[in-house]
Design a protein around this ligand. Structure first.
Ligand code: SF4
Length: 231
């Protein structure tokens, strides 16, 4: 088993290395692509959440075997590293394994990762996804933003993923809220689902806002392509 892998395609825009800790995710985002990637029924993915078999031991073994060091490892693509309502000790153990070997983590969550802030430092990234909506199945946006404040105060690098974008107006509002406390933002669109958002207009608007607010931003290729159409 090789828990640490190099993502391909659009996922690569999030990081050179990634690791998925759990088999499912209780956050129930309707747009979640993970069940199709994992060939798992949506209900099973949402309801059966457990650490992947021997994930901590296998991660330690792979790091040692391959001498992995000095890398930034993204947690996670096909699950959330902090599944709400579940014991997240495996995530803590994975972070320890990654950091003990001279690597760093790039966390992305819609849950609560604050318990692990004591393990992180200025080489690590703590990020949250703000899609412009709220849901009772995951941590409220207000708390996700609070968590960014706490991380920033501790000297941990902070970032926000605006992907997928469900509510374009909500995203601009959130960008203005988080701009003073984030080191980077990545912006995409809503893939694999119909949407009436005018992506070219949204992309140009958010890019203008990022520049005005002096935020380090990255526009994902899928959104950039829409912005370039007809130019
Ligand atoms: S938080 Fe991520 S992995 Fe979990 S259901 Fe939502 S999109 Fe899927």
């Amino acid at each position: 088993m090789k828990p640490i892998y190099e993502p391909k395609g659009a996922a690569k825009e999030y990081g050179d290395y990634a690791l998925n800790i759990y088999t499912g995710c209780p956050h129930r985002c309707y747009y979640c692509f993970a069940p199709s990637v994992l060939h798992r029924q949506r209900d099973v993915f949402y309801n059966h959440v457990e650490p992947r078999k021997n994930i901590v031991e296998e991660t330690r073994r792979q790091i040692e075997r391959e001498g992995i060091t000095g890398k930034l490892i993204h947690l996670c693509f096909t699950c959330d590293p902090y599944p709400t309502g579940y014991d997240t000790t495996p995530t803590r153990e994975i972070i320890k394994a990654v950091k003990d070997s001279g690597n760093n983590v790039q966390i992305l969550t819609k849950g609560d990762g604050t318990r692990d802030f004591d393990l992180l430092d200025s080489g690590d990234w703590y990020g949250v996804t703000l899609d412009g909506t709220s849901s009772k199945h995951r941590r409220d946006n207000y708390y996700l933003i609070e968590d960014l404040y706490k991380a920033q105060a501790l000297g941990i690098k902070t970032w926000v993923s605006f992907e997928p974008v469900v509510n374009a107006g909500g995203i601009i509002k959130y960008l203005r809220l988080v701009a003073p406390i984030i080191d980077k933002v990545k912006i995409g669109k809503l893939n694999y689902h119909p949407s009436n958002i005018d992506w070219a207009t949204f992309g140009r608007m958010i890019e203008r806002n990022c520049r005005e607010l002096d935020v380090d931003y990255y526009i994902k290729e899928s959104l950039r392509a829409e912005m370039n159409k007809g130019r």
